[in-house]
Design a protein around this ligand. Structure first.
Ligand code: GLC
Length: 551
């Protein structure tokens, strides 16, 4: 087992807070209604002021956008809708000048059906080298009219689609764990690994600080592609997965190789690079395997994101993560929101919509007080609720289409950000009257959350995040380091960080006595001395007289 040393703790990523930029919804510099890289560049001073350590850019590569860029047609370019490579270089340079790290999204499990690799596979026909890059197989049934196995796709329907061969006849089938426009790459073919090695180097040479790796527990499938005992697992929910299609042991070799590439760059210039994986696996223990010392630096720990607003659920989730992941020598990577999930303000609202914002604020202070790294999704710092009533005809999420309009999941958290003013586009698009409307409609009530308003209101979410981030940067107890649980009132989660920094969250609705006397350093809502109101979190500095239990 790796024992953390002083050298480990100097790595910037171990307790970094990274801001997720969903590029098409951040800021539109051209007036076409879609956010772009120049818009991100213009927003960098805002992010610097917020106090994050870096940004993660969602995919900006050339793409037909069946899944908003997670269907990559060229891994080494910029889609004209977002800008070009020159603009990308300017963005990286500006960000780094401001002290912000830049991570880009990389999608190795699948590419776009419009990628040259897949076009060649279609054109070259069965048995060709080009087909080996993907999972092509003969169908079952008398005339091959049935899919090769019973797997379902994450986004609904069969995980297989049949192609028309160059001779015009129906032919082989190919595997896609997401949409048919996202054929899965076959990582058992060495040319796939070799291509990604070059792609990593292409972007590292352009100066990126690291990569967010899409579906990092994917890539390898059981080599025989047998029927699954639970074929609907992937389609049913994100919490159940087809064990034959995910989390295969071979995937760890890929992360070792990618880590080695990063280390090579670090050896040359002394700068740490970061690999953060989107890892959805059933247990914290499985998760921990992805962040062993020679694999990924970080993996998003989604269990907190999926935990209900419940004291016991949060405590159990946090304890498991700290125990299992700390054992690897890495730190936990916390996340409450991202571009695939209902926003916390809405998710925590339950039946009573008024508590959603208070709970989301409390959860934010909790997350920023936990040991390890954290990711903040754009708009989270504005307290944006989910837009739940988008009309069907504007929805673009392939899950909606693929489930026969049953699941409206991911558009509501992707609505373009409000920056200023009283009416849409709220400063999101440049270009005045001639500008196109934002690609998803912004509701009128977005005005209440616009950044100009948030910045001038000291009680806003923005100020809470800004103050929390500033304290986190300055207080030695926060960021990496020990956590000790404190026993306090029922329904209250309380812990001490380092020496005397106490964080407590009241999950209930009623006020309780605070675990620490005196005025808090920072609180997510009104918090008079000695009292912790319902749905509120606070931080205090204390010479603790409270009794505690170690984690
Ligand atoms: C990841 C992304 C999601 C995308 C999927 C397929 O889960 O976060 O947005 O649709 O991978 O690439």
């Amino acid at each position: 087992m790796h024992i953390a040393t002083a050298a480990d703790t100097q790595h910037w990523w171990r307790d970094a807070v990274i801001y997720q930029v969903y590029v098409r919804s951040f800021l539109d510099s051209t007036g076409d209604g879609i956010g772009d890289l120049a818009g991100v560049r213009a927003g960098l001073p805002y992010l610097r002021k917020l106090g994050v350590d870096g940004i993660w850019l969602s995919p900006f590569y050339p793409s037909p956008h069946h899944d908003h860029g997670y269907d990559v047609a060229d891994y080494r370019g910029v889609d004209p809708v977002f800008g070009d490579l020159r603009e990308f270089d300017h963005l990286v340079a500006d960000a780094q000048r401001l002290g912000l790290k830049v991570l880009i999204d990389i999608v190795p499990n699948h590419c776009s059906s419009e990628h040259a690799w897949f076009r060649a596979a279609l054109a070259d026909g069965p048995g060709s080298e080009a087909r080996k890059r993907f999972h092509f197989a003969e169908g079952r049934g008398e005339n091959g009219e049935l899919p090769p196995n019973n797997w379902h796709a994450m986004f609904g329907g069969s995980a297989w689609s049949r192609v028309t061969e160059p001779d015009g006849e129906p032919g082989q089938w190919y595997l896609h764990l997401f949409t048919p426009e996202q054929p899965d790459l076959n990582w058992r073919d060495p040319s796939v690994a070799a291509s990604f090695d070059e792609i990593l180097r292409f972007w590292l040479d352009r100066g990126v600080d690291g990569f967010r790796i899409d579906v990092a527990a994917g890539l390898f499938k059981n080599a025989e592609l047998p029927d699954s005992p639970d074929p609907m697992a992937d389609e049913r929910s994100r919490d159940s997965v087809n064990p034959l299609a995910w989390n295969q042991p071979e995937v760890h070799d890929v992360w070792r190789q990618w880590r080695a590439v990063c280390e090579e760059y670090t050896a040359a210039d002394g700068l740490d690079r970061l690999l953060v994986g989107e890892v959805s696996v059933p247990t914290a223990r499985e998760h921990a395997k992805y962040v062993r010392p020679d694999e990924l630096h970080q993996a998003f720990f989604f269990d907190l994101l999926s935990a209900d607003w419940d004291h016991d659920a949060f405590r159990k989730t946090i304890s498991e993560a700290l125990t299992d992941i700390a054992g690897t020598g890495s730190t936990v990577t916390w996340v409450l929101n991202n571009h695939d999930q209902v926003r916390t303000v809405t998710r925590y609202a339950g039946e009573t919509t008024t508590v959603g914002p208070s709970r989301a604020r409390a959860a934010a202070l909790l997350m920023l007080a936990l040991p390890g790294a954290a990711y903040v999704y754009q708009g989270e710092e504005l307290g944006l609720p989910e837009v739940v009533d988008l009309p069907d005809d504007v929805l673009t999420d392939p899950i909606f289409r693929r489930t026969g309009s049953r699941l409206r999941v991911r558009d509501g958290c992707r609505v373009p950000l409000p920056w200023s003013g009283q009416a849409s586009p709220f400063g999101f698009t440049a270009g005045g009257d001639g500008a196109a409307r934002p690609w998803l409609p912004q509701p009128e009530w977005f005005a209440e959350h616009a950044t100009d308003r948030a910045l001038s209101d000291t009680r806003s979410f923005w100020h809470l995040y800004r103050d929390g981030l500033a304290l986190r940067r300055n207080l030695p107890q926060l960021g990496e380091g020990p956590l000790r649980w404190l026993e306090t009132e029922p329904g209250v989660l309380a812990f001490e960080r380092g020496d005397g920094l106490v964080c407590a969250v009241n999950f209930g609705l009623e006020s309780v006595p605070a675990p620490v006397a005196g005025t808090p350093l920072l609180a997510s809502g009104d918090c008079p001395p000695g009292i912790l109101p319902g749905s509120t979190a606070a931080w205090w500095i204390s010479d603790l007289s409270t009794k505690g239990t170690s984690s």
